[in-house]
Design a protein around this ligand. Structure first.
Ligand SMILES: Nc1ncnc2c1ncn2[C@@H]1O[C@H](COP(=O)(O)OP(=O)(O)OP(=O)(O)O)[C@@H](O)[C@H]1O
Ligand SMILES: [Mg+2]
Length: 361
């Protein structure tokens, strides 16, 4: 439905967006994710029409919308700061876009009531924004955005002003709302957890380019680069070189550690002699005090350097022979069990040959 074609945007000599291409399907919850300054808001503003690309095209249902002014595009943008009118009641705020297009009073009443229902605040119509909590204000901003049924809702960090508990509640509501009304969402966040929780698909951005577009579970399990592995969740990054390829396994010489066997990723440009990174999630690593000789595992000796008790899990940092700190995660599932190892303990870390995901540098 929305096609972004080789879009670039320059500010003086700075390249904010570099030939960005994306296809977003109707009904999709699509997220732009990336570190601060990577170009997320810039791209959203181009879609909204508040700014023009220097190169490339943006198409909606196959037709270019570059020349269409923002108010005539079938979309609506929601910002972090709600942008509600403080001197108007909730009802008047939501009715505003309908008045602008000249709806009748009966039509306005009906659609405002519907919109308040959509965001589960049917009784707040007569309140002023000041009398609402942050979460409620954001829901009213969403109601106002939905009232004239746009094809596309653009949301720029809409939950970042809310505290953690409320943010989680609003995330669940957004998922439900998007499913119910079926409007396409383009959502911007720099919070990877939020992106994984909310989205059907995520585009990870890095310095004005798209690093990877994928479903959340694929981004987490099969990052296509060191950057994506590092940005999405916690990840151990072990540098090495490919030394052998056989059947579905590669042998990788890890810097300062030695050889390990690892699975060959699909659609990879892997070749003997290439520098690579083995990306390993902390929950895929086992720690034990005994030495194992399991052939399908890689194992290395280490010393417990640090630990962090987090209630449900304990994170251990194990120092390996090359000085690297490997992070491993152990669930504290047995009652009262919070510590399996102490700082300074000699341990062995191990992982199954297909626990890691190999990316080329
Ligand atoms: N109008 C402008 N003039 C000059 N530089 C700009 C302008 N707008 C954005 N930039 C620059 O372009 C880059 C991308 O900015 P953008 O606001 O898109 O980042 P972002 O990914 O939304 O970051 P954040 O997560 O901090 O909101 C930044 O380095 C920013 O300084
Ligand atoms: Mg931004």
């Amino acid at each position: 439905m929305l096609e972004i074609k080789e879009v670039s945007r320059y500010f003086d000599n700075f390249t904010a967006l570099d030939k960005v291409s994306l296809n977003i399907a109707a009904g999709e919850f699509f997220t732009l994710l990336g570190p601060s300054g990577c170009g997320k808001t810039t791209l959203l503003r181009l879609i909204a029409g508040f700014d023009q690309p220097d190169n490339g095209d943006i198409l909606l249902d196959g037709k270019s919308i570059i020349a269409t002014p923002p108010e005539r595009r079938p979309l609506h943008t929601i910002f972090q700061n709600y942008a509600l009118f403080p001197h108007m009641t909730v009802t008047e705020n939501i009715a505003f876009p309908l008045r602008m297009v000249g709806c009748t009073q009966a039509e306005i009443n009906r659609r405002v009531a519907e919109a308040l229902e959509d965001v589960s605040l049917p009784d707040k119509g007569n309140h002023y924004p000041d009398a609402l909590s942050g979460g409620q204000k954001q829901r009213i901003a969403i109601a106002r955005a939905l009232v004239n049924r746009p094809r596309l809702l653009l949301l720029d960090e809409p939950l970042s002003a809310l505290d953690a508990k409320l943010r989680e509640q609003m995330q669940l509501e957004l998922i439900k709302l998007q499913k119910e009304i079926g409007i396409t969402f383009v959502y911007v966040t720099h919070d990877q957890g939020e992106a994984l929780a909310l989205s059907h698909r995520v585009a990870v951005m890095n310095r004005g380019t798209i690093a990877q577009v994928d479903e959340p579970s694929r981004l987490y399990g099969f990052p296509n680069s060191r950057f994506v592995a590092d940005f999405i969740g916690q990840c151990n990054l072990l540098s090495g070189k490919v030394t052998q390829l056989q059947d579905n396994r590669a042998q990788v010489e890890l810097e300062g550690l030695g050889p390990v066997q690892t699975a060959i990723p699909a659609d990879s440009t892997i070749a003997v002699g290439r520098n690579c990174t083995l990306t390993l999630r902390p929950e895929k690593i086992h720690i034990s005090s005994r030495v194992s000789h399991d052939e399908v595992e890689a194992h290395f000796k280490g010393i417990v350097h640090d630990m962090l008790y987090l209630g449900d899990v304990t994170v251990y940092k194990v120092e390996l022979a090359n000085g690297m700190l490997l992070e491993a995660l152990l669930a504290n599932s047995s009652p009262g069990r919070a510590r399996f190892f102490e700082i300074g303990d000699q341990v062995e870390v191990a992982w199954h040959y297909d626990a890691g995901h190999l990316v080329m540098d």
